[in-house]
Design a binder for this molecule. Structure first.
Ligand SMILES: [Cu+2]
Length: 502
């Protein structure tokens, strides 16, 4: 306790020292810049204004040169530190020509990989384009683990919501002297508060465990880290961040004993467990019936599929958490939903009034289409490569880029607020999509086709004036589809290798 008041003073000293250093660096000009400015000042044919302008162009040239040097240095430095990688990620938004809404395998970073599974983290949403700034502080991660495995204890500097997409797990959390075990299964959603120690097992003997997580970092916006209690091949124990002297004193144990414990290399973060270990760790009272709506206990998992679907017909089924009922997700302003689109059918078109939807394909194949005004108007930005396509129309007013992307399991795509979107399942398999909706409070889904579509609500006169078409004709078209939200899909689907996807 006696040290406490001294820390702010030390910090103050350090920051003022840093400020002085920064000032000095500014004062010491690059000799080339100095020379450039000198020449400007001594150009006889220049008047004062021209001299000033000349000096400004020196500054500009200098700034560009420095930026280029920095970028080059960053590229050449292999094995860069986390901090440098953070910085690099912050630089995102320079490659707007690519489709910034679709993410594939290569856009994930593998943080953990052992023989028994892996943890992959999706790149920052703004790495490719600043258009996704609105969800910059959310990250998506996917955990895959083989049957009968143990995922070592860790905590995160992020609020975490997980969804069990496949398999059966037992998740254990520690909250102030209290250990809680939860048996979870497909469809379960669980909130894990930032900093909570957590470990889990895949308790199934045959099925792989597949968990999708969304994280909201609390310490470095947009970035999160795992802090592992025990070390392994692919991660180090955070205890190793202390000197042996401190550990000896804190744990009241001799160094040679500690070295044996912490120096031991385990097989990593995801490891095989024996049948007996699994049996013993998953033997808890079955998680009490998940009542809906649930209140009270804020960390208790609940199952999305035990709720009545909010949309359901032969073309698909939509399950979603209600932001007003769902206490666990409320402070994150988050909603979770799951769409099972029947093969050959589609969801939408519709748009979300204020939520930006992050979708993860769990099963099946298909594609999505979205209208985006951001990528349409300016020249080459509209053209992009990868799994999406571009179709630009020549028009002087606002036009909408038709964003299109093929969907396969493990892919992530984003539909920002206000953007009309439709998701289409392939003809041979249902398409199952898990969605996290950010900015869920007060969000309204506006259908653009089918029952209750927005155009049907317009007045007759408005229909006539807006479409320059007899209201009767407009109504005929917009009332033709009597299904809601899920519809039969297009009769012709783009083929693999279709130019639209090249
Ligand atoms: Cu857009």
């Amino acid at each position: 306790m006696a040290f406490k008041p001294k820390i702010p003073i030390a910090l103050l000293l350090l920051t003022s020292l840093l400020a002085i250093c920064a000032g000095l660096a500014l004062a010491m000009q690059d000799p080339e810049l100095k020379q450039c400015k000198h020449q400007c000042r001594h150009q006889r044919q220049f008047d004062e204004q021209e001299k000033e302008q000349c000096q400004r162009s020196c500054d500009e040239y200098h700034r560009e040169k420095k930026a280029q040097e920095r970028a080059e240095r960053r590229r050449s430095e292999e094995g860069s530190s986390r901090e440098e990688r953070y910085e690099e990620e912050e630089l995102g938004g320079e490659h707007e020509e690519e489709n910034p809404y679709v993410f594939e395998d290569e856009d994930f970073e593998t943080r953990v990989r052992t023989d028994e599974g892996r943890i992959q983290v999706l790149e920052k949403f703004t790495k490719r384009s600043k258009l996704l700034r609105g969800i910059e502080n959310f990250r998506v991660a996917i955990l895959e683990a083989n049957p009968h495995t143990f995922i070592s204890p860790a905590h995160f500097d992020a609020e975490l919501v997980l969804f069990v997409a496949k398999g059966r797990a037992t998740i254990t959390t520690v909250r102030e002297e209290k250990r809680e075990n939860f048996n979870v299964e497909q469809g379960d959603i669980m909130r894990i508060p930032a900093g909570t120690p957590v470990y889990l097992i895949n308790r199934d003997e045959n099925e792989k465990l597949y968990i999708v997580k969304i994280l909201r970092p609390v310490s470095v916006p947009g970035h999160f880290e795992a802090f592992h209690a025990s070390g392994g091949e692919d991660a180090e124990s955070f205890y190793r961040g202390f000197s042996w002297e401190v550990l000896e004193a804190a744990l009241k144990t001799r160094r040679d004993q500690l070295e044996k414990l912490f120096g031991k290399q385990t097989q990593g973060v995801i490891i095989k467990a024996s049948k007996e270990q699994i049996r013993s760790m998953s033997q808890h009272e079955e998680t009490p019936p998940r009542i809906w709506p649930f209140g009270g206990d804020s960390t208790h998992p609940f199952n999305l599929f035990h709720k009545r679907p909010s949309q359901s017909n032969q073309f698909g089924r939509l399950y979603e958490t209600d932001p007003n009922e769902c206490k666990q997700l409320q402070d994150l302003d988050l909603m979770v939903s799951f769409a099972n689109i029947t093969k050959g059918s589609m969801a939408g078109p519709y748009y979300n009034s204020r939520a930006t939807k992050i979708s993860v394909v769990v099963e099946g194949e298909g594609y999505f289409e979205m209208a985006c005004p951001h990528l349409s108007s300016s020249g080459s930005r509209g053209q992009r490569e990868g799994s999406g396509s571009s179709r630009r129309r020549s028009r002087s007013g606002p036009t909408y880029q038709q964003i299109r992307g093929r969907l396969r399991p493990g892919m992530v795509f984003v539909a920002p607020a206000g953007h009309p979107v439709a998701v289409i399942a392939s003809r041979n398999k249902n398409l199952q999509v898990l969605c996290f909706e950010v900015n869920a409070q007060g969000n309204i889904r506006f259908p653009l086709a089918g029952k209750n579509n927005i155009v049907n609500e317009f007045e007759r006169e408005a229909k006539e004036l807006a479409f320059n078409f007899p209201a009767r004709e407009v109504e005929k078209i917009f009332r033709n589809q009597d299904q809601e939200f899920f519809f039969p899909g297009p009769s012709r689907q783009p083929e693999e290798g279709d130019r639209a996807f090249e």
